[in-house]
Write a new protein. Structure first.
Length: 421
């Protein structure tokens, strides 16, 4: 009888030991970077009430219409959703705990998100985002700082071939005017619309601009531009943002087609894109969402933020980073032979660790030659050897594995002193 082997859920990835160092490197860099800008970490549940996402992301969006993992909790009948993004959770948290009464907040999060999409390179059903949210900041300096931050991160990571696109999608009022024009324009080309777009024509025509269907590109290109009817406040905000970016020496492209796939944005929107990841070209997206806090029951509070996809960042790191990501290596690998040596080696390995070093104890026997092969494969700098002679003399042999001189025999505490230098 064959035993069933299980597979991970489609589109949800394991991180194997060989892949983990790249994740750790990225996460460590992100933490260091975020704290440099005064952002504080938050952690929110992976599951939220479904209504939170419908209210914030918007009913007529790809995420809410077809990508959410929504289920009914059998035990109490509540309708819940695995979070597809975390801005809504962050704002929910800030409102629930009255964080904004303490003043503006710079917050960040990192963790898994869930969207039922067609899995492909750079697009998964469980993926990871790191995001920053600046709550309570109205001026374009906050938008500019977020962008400046991300530019600094690409430098810290050694990423190349990323470019910045920005746009302003204006106030809700001017979007309303734009909406009427879009309904008019696309209404005259109904026969050229794909099924999704036809459905969205009345309910959310802005989303048609966000379509990823290449067959729609020409039609979208000719659509009325929001830029031509931008309200004065948004236009001034956008001008100031651009001036700040120029002052900071950050190149950008104004892309009037950039609208982002979530309804909560207004005024500034931006994306960092790369030509190196095929269709999954956006590594980071963000913008302003001045209405969201009030929409989720808080006092009206301007805000902006971004989120970046860690899988895409890692893929890009692999493509473009010059220096390899360092793999952690043990300081020593402890090998031994004989009954008496087994106990000595066991205790010695832990003494080494107590001194703050990394030690791997060879468990499972074998001759010295085979053990030393393992020691070498472990990446350790030294093998610490306990044979009959060493145990009898109360000593250890330290064998350099990376061409750092000859093997020496000495008392364990001296060996540790040597290793710590
Ligand atoms: P896309 O246009 O590629 O679908 P999006 O606009 O839906 O992205 P956002 O909601 O803005 O994405 O999320 C921010 C970032 O999270 C994206 O720029 C991307 O790097 C990453 N991301 C989004 N969806 C996925 C996914 N399914 N798998 C991996 N990364 C993702
Ligand atoms: Mg998407």
């Amino acid at each position: 009888m064959s035993v069933q082997k299980f597979q991970a859920v489609r589109g949800m990835n394991d991180v194997l030991p060989a892949e983990a160092p790249a994740w750790t490197f990225l996460e460590d860099t992100l933490r260091r970077w975020l704290s440099q800008y005064g952002y504080r970490e938050i952690r929110t549940p992976v599951v939220e009430p479904t209504g939170l996402f419908i209210r914030s992301i918007g009913e007529v969006t790809d995420i809410v219409e077809k990508e959410m993992y929504t289920f009914v909790d059998n035990l109490n009948g509540e309708t819940l959703t695995l979070r597809p993004e975390a801005t809504a959770s962050c704002v929910r948290m800030a409102v629930q705990h009255n964080l904004l009464y303490e003043g503006p907040q710079r917050l960040w999060y990192m963790g898994p998100m869930f969207r039922h999409e067609r899995p492909q390179k750079g697009r998964y059903r469980q993926f990871h985002q790191c995001g920053a949210e600046a709550l309570g900041f109205a001026g374009p300096d906050a938008d500019a700082e977020l962008i400046l931050m991300t530019a600094r991160l690409w430098t810290m990571l050694g990423l190349q071939d990323v470019s910045l696109q920005i746009n302003s999608i204006g106030s809700p009022d001017c979007r309303q005017k734009h909406r009427m024009q879009l309904i008019d324009y696309f209404g005259q080309h109904v026969q050229d619309l794909d099924e999704d777009s036809r459905r969205r024509l009345q309910s959310n025509p802005l989303r048609i601009l966000d379509s990823k269907n290449p067959g729609m590109a020409a039609l979208i290109e000719g659509a009325p531009k929001l830029a031509d009817m931008l309200d004065d406040a948004s236009a001034a905000h956008f001008e100031s943002l651009q001036a700040l970016l120029r002052a900071a020496g950050i190149p950008f492209q104004v892309n009037h087609r950039l609208v982002r796939g979530l309804d909560y944005y207004n005024a500034t929107v931006f994306e960092w894109v790369t030509p190196l990841l095929g269709a999954q070209s956006t590594i980071c997206g963000g913008g302003r969402y001045d209405g969201l806090v009030a929409q989720l029951g808080g006092k009206p509070t301007p805000a902006c933020g971004f989120a970046m996809g860690l899988e895409r960042l890692l893929a890009l790191l692999q493509e473009t980073r010059a220096a390899p990501i360092p793999e952690p290596r043990p300081d020593i690998y402890v090998v031994y032979q004989g009954e008496a040596a087994a106990q000595t080696a066991f205790l010695a390995a832990d003494e080494v660790r107590a001194a703050g070093l990394t030690a791997i104890l060879h468990c499972g026997g074998g001759n010295f030659k085979a053990q030393l092969r393992r020691a070498d494969a472990s990446g350790a700098d030294y093998a610490l050897i306990f044979g009959e002679d060493e145990v009898r003399d109360g000593q250890a042999s330290l064998k350099p594995l990376r061409g750092q001189g000859a093997q020496t025999t000495l008392p364990l505490d001296q060996a540790i002193q040597l290793l710590k230098m």
